[in-house]
Ligand binder design. Structure first.
Ligand code: SF4
Length: 721
C-alpha cells in the first residue's frame, strides 16, 4: 500500500484503493486518513455516535483533530492535522450555496483550534468520491500532491513535479493534467496555497472549480487562521479530487420533493428580488462598501475612522463596472445567487507575473475594504492587483490588510522608521508599498516577512527590536486571540465587539454580524437582548459549517414580506427552508430546535477544545481598545459631537471645559465597563461561567458530557479557582 520515499524512485509515494459506494442520506459513512510521515493511507468508519454528537462538517473535523492531538501539540508539529470536511447537506444542487468545505487545524496565528470555510467544488466531490472528511497528519520530506480519484476509487500521494509555485498556475495545471478533456476538467477541484504561505503565518488555502465559460480554474479562499501555512508546512503542494459523474441526486436523500420545495421557494426570491435588494448577482458582497461608508462602519486607516471622502473610487458602482456581467458565477452547482464575480483580462503591472493578463477573483467586500480604505488605498487598480497577488501567493486578504494598516500606523506615529522597513515609506495610501510588502512575503525576504507573521507578532517584535510603545500598539493592533479582526468598524456596536471578542476561533464575522441590528436599527438595547443575539446568531451561523452550506443565501436575499415578520434578522422563512432541506436529506423530523442543538453541541465542544489547548479564562475575550472607542485625540476630535453627546447622555458628564484627553479617559472607562457587563450576560446565556468555561450543567444538557470533555473542563476550573 505504501512505498518508501526515495528521490530517484518513481513519483508514486503511496497508494490506496477503496470500494466505491453511494452516499446514504447525506453521509458517505467513512473518512479518509493520510499520514505523510510514512505515506500511510487508510479509511475510518463514521459511527452513529459521531453523527449524533458532531453532525458533520466542522463537527466531524473538530472531533478528528481532537483525537489526533494533545494539549501540547503545536501548529507545526507533525502530529497536527489539516482536516477538510463537507457535511450531510453539502453537495445538493436544488438549494443554493450547498458546496462549502470547512478546514480545521491548529493555527499558527492563534496557536489554537481554527476553522475556516471555503467554496469551490472540493467538498461535494470529496463526499461523492466516498468521504465525509479528509484528515492529513504528518509531514512530507519533499513537496507532494495528494490525488483522490473518486471515479476509480484510488488515492495516491506523489512527488510534486510541477514548476508552478503559485495557486493560479497550480490550479490550472492540475485541472488540465487530472481532468484531461472538458468533461474531465469539470470534475476536478484543487486545494493549494502559494509562495507566500511558506513564509507567513497569515496564509490561506485556495479551492478551485472549473469555469466552463471562461475555460479556466476559478478560486475561492479559506482565508482565516493560517491554514495555508499548515498546508505548506506539511509540504503539500496541492490536494486534488476528481469526480466526473456529477448528478443532482447523489446525496442519497430521504425526500427530494421536500428539498425541491425549499429550493424553488428561494430560487424564485433570488430571481425576483436580488436586483432590488443587494444585487449579489451583479456585485456580490462588494455591494456593501457604500453602505458601510454611509453608516461610518467602513474601516479606514487601520480602523481609526468609518468613512472616507474618496470612497466613490472603490464603491459598488466601480466594481459592477469591473466585473464581467451575465456569466453564471456560482462557486457550486445550483447556486443561483452566483456572487463569485471576477475581473477578466486584468493586466498585472508588478511582481513575477507583470505583463500577463489574469482573472482576478473578486474583490469581495472584505478585500475592497481591507486592501482599499483600511490601508488608505483608493486606487481600484491597486486593490485588484493586491487581491490577485494575495490569492495566488496564498495570503489571507483580511489579515494582510490589518497587518499592513497596523505597520502604516506605527510608521506614521513614529514607532517604526524607514530604517526598520528597509526603506519602504509605509504611509496610508501608499498602495505601491503594500504591493512591495506582499511580494516580499512571497519571496521570504525583507520587512514583508515580519509583517506577514501577523499583528500579534509585530506588536512583540516592534517593542523588542525597535523600542516601540507596547501600550499604544496593544490599543491599535486589530487582532484578538492572535487573529486579525475582519473588516467592520465596531466602535459604536457593543454587540459586535462581543461578536468578535467572544468568538472561540477569533474575530471573524462568520460567527456573528450584529452591527446593523445593534447600531443602525437599535434592536438590541439591553444586555439581555445583546446576550440573546450573541447566543442565537453564532449558533445559527455555526450550523452552516456543520452541513457545508454558504451563509449568504440565508440573509443576503430575503422574502418580500420579511420586514413585516416578528424578527426580520432571523429570516424565518429561510430558517424553515433549512428545516426542510435537513429533513429532506437525512429523513430526521426537523424543527429549528433540532438544528440549533446540533450547533450548540459543536460550538461548546470547540470551546472546550480551545480550553484544552490552553486558552483558559476571560482575559482572552477582549478586543483592542481601537475596536471599542477612540484611541487618539485625532480620532476623538473627528467625531467630537458624537462622543461629547455620549458623555452627556450616558455618563451625565458635562464635557465643557474638559480637555480631549480627559474626555477620552472618561469615555474609555465607561466603554470598558459596558463590555464587562456584556461579557457576563453572554456567558450566562451561553451556559458558561464567569471565566468563559462551559458549565457541567450545560454540557450534560447537550449530551456533550463525554468523559474527556468533562475532564478538560474540571481541570480548567480547578486551575483558575
Ligand atoms: S452565494 Fe456566492 S459564495 Fe455562496 S455558494 Fe453561492 S456563489 Fe458561492
Amino acid at each position: 500500500m505504501t512505498q518508501p520515499e526515495n528521490l530517484t524512485a518513481p513519483a508514486l509515494l503511496g497508494e490506496f484503493s477503496y470500494e466505491l459506494r453511494p452516499v446514504e442520506r447525506g453521509y458517505a459513512n467513512r473518512t479518509l486518513y493520510i499520514n505523510l510521515n510514512d505515506n500511510v493511507i487508510t479509511e475510518k468508519p463514521v459511527s452513529q455516535q459521531m453523527k449524533d454528537l458532531f453532525t458533520g462538517g466542522r463537527g466531524f473535523a473538530l472531533k478528528l483533530l481532537w483525537d489526533a492531538v494533545t494539549p501540547t501539540t503545536r501548529w507545526d508539529d507533525p502530529q497536527n492535522e489539516l482536516v477538510i470536511a463537507n457535511g450531510p447537506i453539502c453537495g445538493i444542487t436544488a438549494y443554493p450555496g450547498s458546496g462549502k468545505s470547512t478546514i480545521v487545524t491548529l493555527s499558527p496565528l492563534t496557536e489554537n483550534v481554527i476553522d475556516s470555510n471555503v467554496g469551490g467544488y472540493f467538498a461535494p466531490f470529496l463526499k461523492f468520491s466516498g468521504f465525509d472528511a479528509l484528515e492529513i497528519q504528518g509531514k512530507a520530506t519533499n513537496d507532494v500532491i495528494i490525488f483522490i480519484d473518486g471515479d476509480s476509487g484510488k488515492v495516491t500521494i506523489e512527488r510534486d513535479s510541477l514548476e508552478a509555485v503559485d495557486a493560479h498556475l497550480i490550479g490550472n495545471a492540475l485541472t488540465e493534467r487530472f481532468g484531461g478533456n472538458e468533461k474531465g476538467k469539470r470534475g476536478i477541484s484543487v486545494l493549494s496555497a502559494g509562495q507566500g504561505a511558506e513564509h507567513t503565518r497569515i496564509a490561506m488555502i485556495n479551492s478551485t472549480w472549473y469555469d466552463v465559460r471562461r475555460k479556466e480554474a476559478r478560486f475561492k479562499q479559506a482565508g482565516r487562521g493560517g491554514t495555508g501555512r499548515v498546508l505548506r508546512d506539511k509540504k503539500i503542494k496541492a490536494i486534488v479530487v476528481k469526480f466526473t459523474d456529477m448528478g443532482g441526486d447523489l446525496n442519497g436523500v430521504a425526500d427530494m420533493p421536500l428539498i425541491r420545495k425549499a429550493g424553488q421557494r428561494i430560487n424564485k426570491e433570488i430571481t425576483d428580488l436580488d436586483d432590488v435588494q443587494n444585487q449579489m448577482r451583479k456585485v456580490g458582497t462588494a455591494n456593501i462598501v457604500d453602505v458601510m461608508d454611509h453608516f461610518d462602519l467602513l474601516p479606514t486607516h487601520n480602523f481609526r475612522y468609518g468613512s472616507h471622502p474618496d470612497v466613490s473610487k472603490i464603491d459598488s458602482k466601480v466594481w459592477k463596472e469591473y466585473f464581467t456581467q451575465g456569466v453564471p458565477d456560482g462557486c457550486w452547482l445550483g447556486c443561483t445567487m452566483s456572487c463569485s464575480h471576477g475581473v477578466d483580462h486584468f493586466l498585472l503591472k508588478t511582481g513575477p507575473y507583470a505583463g500577463t493578463c489574469v482573472i482576478v477573483d473578486g474583490p469581495e467586500y472584505e478585500n475592497a475594504a481591507g486592501l482599499g480604505s483600511n490601508i488608505g488605498n483608493f486606487d481600484p487598480q491597486k486593490v485588484l492587483e493586491l487581491n490577485f497577488y494575495c490569492d495566488t501567493y496564498g495570503i489571507d486578504t483580511i489579515s494582510v490588510a490589518n497587518c499592513i494598516a497596523f505597520a502604516m500606523e506605527c510608521y506614521e506615529a513614529g514607532q517604526i522608521t524607514s530604517e526598520h522597513t528597509g526603506g519602504l515609506e509605509l504611509k496610508f495610501g501608499n498602495g505601491a508599498a503594500a504591493l512591495d510588502l506582499i511580494h516580499q512575503m512571497a519571496k521570504g525576504e525583507g520587512f514583508g516577512v515580519i509583517v506577514g507573521q501577523g499583528v500579534r507578532y509585530m506588536k512583540d517584535y516592534f517593542a523588542r527590536e525597535f523600542g516601540a510603545d507596547p501600550v499604544f500598539m496593544h490599543d491599535i493592533g486589530m487582532e484578538i486571540k492572535g487573529m486579525e479582526i475582519s473588516e467592520y468598524m465596531t466602535k459604536e456596536s457593543l454587540a459586535q465587539q462581543g461578536g468578535y471578542g467572544l468568538a472561540t476561533k477569533g474575530p471573524q464575522h462568520d460567527e456573528a454580524w450584529l452591527i446593523f441590528m445593534d447600531q443602525v436599527h437599535n434592536l438590541l438595547p439591553t444586555f439581555k437582548d445583546k446576550a440573546e443575539a450573541l447566543h442565537y446568531f453564532p449558533m445559527w451561523r455555526t450550523w452552516f459549517s456543520l452541513h457545508g452550506l454558504c451563509k449568504l443565501p440565508w440573509n443576503d436575499i430575503s422574502p418580500a414580506n420579511n420586514k413585516q415578520t416578528k424578527e426580520p434578522a432571523k429570516v424565518e422563512e429561510h430558517v424553515e427552508n433549512y428545516t426542510w432541506i435537513h429533513q429532506g436529506v437525512t429523513g430526521i423530523p426537523t424543527t429549528t430546535d433540532t438544528l440549533l442543538r446540533q450547533s450548540e453541541r459543536v460550538y461548546n465542544f470547540q470551546k472546550v477544545f480551545a480550553i484544552r489547548m490552553g486558552r483558559v479564562g476571560r482575559q482572552h475575550d477582549y478586543p483592542p481598545y481601537r475596536a471599542m472607542g477612540p484611541v487618539t485625540v485625532e480620532e476623538y476630535e473627528s467625531r467630537k459631537e458624537r462622543y461629547d453627546e455620549q458623555l452627556k447622555r450616558l455618563l451625565e458628564i458635562d464635557p465643557t471645559g474638559m480637555t480631549t484627553e480627559q474626555k477620552m479617559t472618561e469615555l474609555r472607562k465607561y466603554r470598558l465597563a459596558q463590555y464587562e457587563l456584556m461579557m457576563d450576560a453572554v456567558y450566562e446565556r451561553r451556559g458558561w461561567d464567569s471565566n468563559s468555561i462551559p458549565t457541567l450543567e450545560k454540557l450534560h444538557n447537550l449530551g456533550m458530557d463525554l468523559p474527556e470533555v468533562l475532564e478538560v473542563v474540571e481541570k480548567a476550573r480547578t486551575s483558575i479557582a
